[in-house]
Design a protein around this ligand. Structure first.
Ligand SMILES: [Zn+2]
Length: 255
């Protein structure tokens, strides 16, 4: 069940190299579970005991705008997804929130934090140049305020958390777990932060297999993410893959 991970990792390295993010490339080369040495990506798949042909599509709404093309495509084709939204995004995108609220049978809204601050703790710690949290109290506030915003929108308390940049340090992971949240990693990075062109998104999506957790973004309408996903999702369905939400499955962490 490591196909998606190795594929995602290879593509991720390629994308980082293209972006010139050498420091992050180096971090990736250390491996996601080298927890003593700084931020790492958390890689997850649907529990293999129950996964079968199930795939979880997860879409981050970090800050920025609302990708109506992507959400409209999912609604039109009845493809469920889990949306990781920040309070910041929810506050700024009432039109998008209205559409999501009208389709809560399709979309599971989960917690991406209050202000999109990475879940790494300590003065000076950064992920992709974005400063993390100075201390545990700030991390708790980021998680709690994000959760409150999601619950205010949906009426349902979120159970999953994904930190900004999807990288963590061990202290943050432990604290988020203590707060009662499950952390959603991923196994296929479909759009590298909505930075990839349509053919690259398509190439990654074509490698999706049963058990994969796909990460992409719904906050950058000018990007190629919607086009790349729209061009491949129905083919995955025709292949027999079944899209599920994270409130329907459990994940296991993998290397
Ligand atoms: Zn994000």
């Amino acid at each position: 069940m490591t196909h998606g991970v190795s594929s995602a990792t290879a593509h991720w390295r390629q994308a980082l190299a293209l972006l010139g993010l050498c420091a992050c490339l180096h971090a990736q080369a250390r491996g996601p579970f080298d927890r003593a040495s700084g931020p790492f990506e958390l890689h997850s798949q649907i529990n293999p005991a129950t996964a079968g042909n199930q795939v979880a599509l997860t879409l981050d709404a970090c800050s920025g705008a609302y990708d109506a093309d992507l959400i409209d495509f999912l609604i039109r084709n009845r493809i469920p997804a889990t949306i990781f939204a920040t309070k910041k995004w929810l506050d700024k995108n009432p039109q998008g929130v209205a559409v999501l609220k009208a389709n809560l049978d399709l979309f599971d809204i989960e917690n991406h934090g209050e202000n999109h601050i990475p879940a790494v703790i300590g003065a000076g710690k950064k992920v992709y140049g974005i400063p993390g949290q100075p201390d545990v109290l700030h991390l708790r506030k980021e998680v709690q305020e994000g959760a409150k915003a999601v619950e205010a929108m949906t009426g349902v308390a979120p159970r999953w958390y994904r930190g900004a940049t999807a990288e963590y340090d061990q202290q943050a992971i432990d604290e988020i777990a203590r707060m009662g949240y499950k952390i959603a990693g991923f196994s296929v990075n479909a759009d590298a932060g909505a930075s990839l062109k349509k053919p690259q998104v398509m190439a990654r999506m074509q490698q999706v297999r049963g058990g994969d957790v796909v990460i992409a973004h719904m906050n950058k309408p000018p990007s190629d993410t919607a086009e790349g996903l729209s061009a491949t999702l129905l083919a995955l369905v025709r292949r027999g893959l079944v899209f599920v939400r994270l409130d329907q499955v459990d994940l296991v962490n993998v290397k």
